[in-house]
Design a protein around this ligand. Sequence first.
Ligand code: NAD
Length: 424
Amino acid sequence: MSMEEMLTSANQDGPLAAALTQLDDAADLISLDDSVHQKLRKPKRIITVSIPTAMDDGSFKVFTGYRAQHNMDRGPCKGGIRYHPDVTLNEVIALAMWMTWKCAVVNIPYGGAKGGVICSPKDMSQGELERMTRRFTTELVEVIGPEKDIPAPDVYTNAQIMAWIMDTYSMQKGYSVPAVVTGKPISLGGSLGREAATGRGCVFTIREAMKRLNIDATSSTFVVQGYGNVGAWAARLLEPLGPKMIAASDSRGGCYSADGIPVQELIAHKAETGSVVGFPGTDAVTNEELLELDCDVLIPAALENSINEDNAGQIKASIIAEGANGPTTPAGQEILNDRGIFVIPDILANAGGVTVSYFEWVQGLQSYFWSEAEVNKQLEDIMVRAFDRVYCEHEERNCDMRAAAMAVAVGRVAEAVHMRGIYP
Ligand code: NAD
């Protein structure tokens, strides 16, 4: 399928349609120059590769992999690699576009990219995953690199896979290139503080929102949908600021107690039993009921589209902090706007992860490593500055925070396009 066909078919369905609508809305809001708008609607480069991989049974299988590089005007591309049977090029392009805006909204010098391989990693051995990863990296070797495009983990990829990418790339170059990926093991130049970074960044934005909305943290309550890396870290770091967690969930269901649930004990319970369900002293709630609980802060940290036109009318939280990517549909957002609910959008609320990935890249390039306290301090500075910038935009333009974040992000990328000019 040509790029033109892909973008046309994107108008029917899939995440790319939503990503393009968001860009078009932002372009209207900031009166974006039409030629820049057209440039930003298309990815700079899409790569589709075949990945023949020797399987343990002696056969070989040919996987398909993608890398979409949406924009490089503000710096090299940055974005994760996803291993999942449902990966599509449409999704990979949309995710690359969102990475461009996320990096721009926190003002780190990157454009956006995303990659994916259509595979079922849960059904593959470590050896098969390693061989597939090394061949995928080899196919991408000319288009990735510390100055070009820096992959990171995403769904079903992890620090071990980043280590294989780093090693394969380094073998091809003939020297070690740790800055080619982020999310590496600490022993290979990973950054301290990366694991908690997305939850920590999310909490900084909640804290700032509470100040602006005059919500007293000490008497407030919060609810987490998706008690995984982002959700549990956000809970762990929000609790000491005063708010009480009254409910949390995972894919198996949720638990609720109006008296409050101790965050660490719930983490231990999930580690032991595999779920938050059945935590002593709590009542069971479904994921649907949990979203509609009476609370001050709701943190959706699981899936896309969990807040939509069917439930947005029943949500009682004053603040929604989007730990997940894309948890609110455009129709859901409209209802939340009408009801005056303050949404901290994903490209801002969960940007702490890519920000600390940026710190990892900087540390790798300098071969000089920071303390965890230094990482957390720099993260706080960036998140607070980004929140303030988006909040001012929201007040000045009298628009919701998502539109404000998009206006800031698209405006920054557009300025870079203008200043660089069109080559040749
Ligand atoms: P994770 O796998 O660690 O946690 C996800 C949690 O959601 C798990 O507890 C899982 O049980 C739960 N879950 C799955 N399906 C659910 C459902 N139907 N209802 C309720 N809970 C459900 O993943 P994560 O890294 O915490 O990522 C969560 C979200 O945050 C994703 O949207 C991801 O794209 C986004 N995000 C993550 C990072 C990061 O640094 N990890 C950065 C930016 C954005």
